[in-house]
Ligand binder design. Sequence first.
Ligand code: AMP
Ligand code: MG
Length: 333
Amino acid sequence: MLTLGIEGTAHTLGVGIVDDECRVLANRSAMHRPATGGIHPREAANHHAQTIHAILREAIGEAGIKLKDVDLVAFSQGPGLGPCLRTVATAARALSLSLEVPLMGVNHCVAHLEIGRKVTQCDDPVLLYLSGGNTQVISYANGRYRVFGETLDIGLGNLLDKFGREVGFSFPSGPEVEGLARNGSELLPLPYTVKGMDVAFSGILTAALHLHRGGRRLEDLCFSIQEVTFAMVTEVAERAMAHLDKDQILLGGGVACNRRLRDMVGQMAEERGARMFAPSPDLCVDNGAMIAWTGSLMFESGLRMAIEESGVRQNLRTDAAEVPWFAAAEVEA
Ligand code: AMP
Ligand code: MG
């Protein structure tokens, strides 16, 4: 069975094609990069509408298949930016109808978890999901993937991008922050904001920009932002592992490409006799293959979606999704 998945919750439009063993036959994407300022949802949606045809063609070419070989069309149903979601859902519905194959709307956060579980071969991890828009600690409990901690304001990637924008980095700023941080040495005072199992980042942005105006070195600022924010999310992830009694930690989202984050989380895992897992960068960032794979899992476990049920859900929660394939594996084990 071949599943074509379309991702389009935010700035990235992705088309992936996977088979039922999760062999990734194609994984193509294009990213909307605003000329100035942050992401405007309507502009990002226009980008997706303008590029989907080309990206779809590229993916089909890379997979070496024909469109009519596709057995299932999956798309990111939420959470995300409304105009982006609607553009991608419209394309997915049109494809499903014209190819006369079923359609499956996929929860974007669950897709990060499922692709990571499959390609890294972990089975029941705590997922530390760190992207531009999302920052969540997710794990399976009582029949669903549940959120055990999350950001109270902006996503961690968004903090890096906003800081980068103010100090003149290109978008997205994560890689440049990481590069400069390697030459930083002084840990500057930034607010370490963990509230119970939740975190907050906007105070760090304000403080870092204040220090920047005060003439602090960018290297030290990037270093300090990384040390403080990565320690915050590592703390929450560790507490989730301890309370849930889980010995696997999985990384997902664009920020999970960061070496320093991987080192810090890896050390935490090692110290508690647990293991860290992280997919390759192309499967960490938003991508179509993860949507295709999760759609395939949903379909194989008997879930079906009528066109009328395929409306987008901007605020779709991680624990809204049924995950019968996970429960089935649990019963077997
Ligand atoms: P996503 O939303 O999952 O596609 O991830 C995009 C986010 O990941 C953006 O906010 C980037 O700044 C961030 N990002 C990408 N690479 C890195 C990196 N090496 N270190 C930190 N953040 C990164
Ligand atoms: Mg994402």
